[in-house]
Design a protein around this ligand. Structure first.
Ligand SMILES: NC(=O)C1=CN([C@@H]2O[C@H](COP(=O)(O)OP(=O)(O)OC[C@H]3O[C@@H](n4cnc5c(N)ncnc54)[C@H](O)[C@@H]3O)[C@@H](O)[C@H]2O)C=CC1
Ligand SMILES: O=C(CO)COP(=O)(O)O
Ligand SMILES: [Zn+2]
Length: 349
């Protein structure tokens, strides 16, 4: 008997454009969600967008509540769940960067409620994905979470956000190159389940972004448009795969290890970009091309540009494979000499 089952969960409404934040209530009303919206946000995104979204729900008679989170942690998820129960929320609206959106989608999953994604920065490809990424002790979980029913990406807001957030999003997409190589390797060596469609979409998204690298420039709203569409596409690749494999390989393990060693030292996407240069080198690929694309966009390509000590980068490379049980080009780990050699050859240190 044929026994394969695939369940691909994608958003129904994806709004991308200038001023679309004002259409959030309309995009949600189309989904026939019931009850009060709970807006999940963090301090800056609250000022930038969440208060406006809440005011629009208020004006529509939807009686919204707001909860602010500070970090991506299971404690934050738990707090949001508690607040959602206290206010009897019908669905959750995540407004902010990757952390606020991850917390909202994980809390929604637990509560069994709908989730709407309102990114205020084009900084990560979790905008659409049905995954949450949360550190815990020595490890970092990639957990199944509620994928958004709707996405509202206002390019006016995204273009107004600090430019470094957009370059981080670009680097998070460029990392698909090595993530897919790692996925293929894991498929061949470990029989890890692999999706050609998902991998092709993830790679094509990275190629299109790199092909447009010259047109991604600070101060152009068009750039925010190009980047956020790529982030949506990358998130769809994760939804097709049912895992973060098409967008997260060795370069992500390296970034997650840096988060453990030097929390908040640099943006997720920027760390991932530097990890991509080293991972591409380890794969014997065109690491110079990756480095050039990152540099053209204005994303960091060295430890110094990340603001992280060379020794910390080397230590993160040697310990990255321990983050989780995900087979990558790192295999059972790099020793220190090999990590120094790779980081020096690529000019990362
Ligand atoms: N679930 C998934 O599939 C994925 C999850 N992630 C996760 O997302 C997180 C990284 O996302 P980031 O957005 O880089 O981090 P973040 O959510 O911490 O945001 C970075 C900073 O940007 C600020 N910010 C956001 N919008 C702003 C605006 N319009 N103006 C000014 N400041 C603004 C935030 O307040 C924060 O200080 C990590 O935890 C990462 O693991 C990343 C990729 C995929
Ligand atoms: O950041 C991600 C994809 O860009 C996914 O995060 P994980 O590595 O935790 O799955
Ligand atoms: Zn990422």
């Amino acid at each position: 008997m044929f026994d394969k089952t695939t369940w691909i969960r994608l958003p129904r409404n994806v709004l991308v454009g200038h001023g679309v934040l004002d259409q959030t209530v309309e995009a949600v009303s189309e989904l026939h969600l019931q009850g009060r919206p709970l807006v999940v946000t963090s301090p800056t995104p609250r000022e930038v967008a969440a208060e406006r979204v809440a005011a629009d729900f208020e004006a529509a008679g939807d009686d919204p509540a707001i909860v602010e989170i500070e970090s991506a942690s299971f404690e934050s998820v738990q707090r949001v769940i508690e607040v959602a129960r206290e206010v009897d929320a019908g669905y959750l609206v995540g407004v902010g960067g990757g952390k606020a959106i991850d917390i909202a989608k994980m809390a929604s999953d637990d509560l069994g409620t709908g989730f709407v994604s309102v990114p205020t920065a084009a900084s990560h490809d979790g905008i659409v994905s049905g995954r949450g990424s949360v550190p815990e002790g020595d490890t970092r979980h990639s957990v199944a979470a509620e994928p958004p029913l709707a996405v509202v990406a206002d390019t006016e807001i995204l273009a107004d956000a600090p430019w470094r957030l957009t370059t981080a999003g670009c680097a998070d997409i460029i990392s698909n190159y090595t993530a897919v190589k790692d996925w293929r390797l894991a498929n061949r060596l470990q029989n890890v389940e692999y999706s050609h469609y998902s991998a092709a979409l993830a790679e094509m998204t990275a190629e299109m972004l790199v092909g447009n690298a010259d047109s991604i420039k600070q101060g152009l709203e068009e750039s925010a448009w190009v980047v956020v569409k790529a982030l949506v596409s990358s998130g769809v690749a994760m939804s097709i795969a049912g895992s973060s494999r098409p967008a997260s390989g060795a370069e992500h393990l390296f970034s997650h290890q840096l988060d453990r060693m030097v929390p908040d030292a640099a943006l997720h996407g920027h760390q991932v970009g530097v990890g991509t240069v080293v991972a591409e080198y380890l794969h014997g690929g065109d690491w110079r091309g990756i480095k050039q694309a990152l540099a053209t966009i204005g994303a960091p390509t060295t430890a110094a540009e990340l603001g992280i000590e060379d020794e910390t980068v080397v230590a993160a490379l040697t310990a990255a494979h321990e983050i989780r049980d995900r087979y990558t080009i790192l295999g059972n780990g790099m020793n220190e000499d090999a990590a120094i050699e790779a980081a020096e050859t690529t000019g990362v240190i």
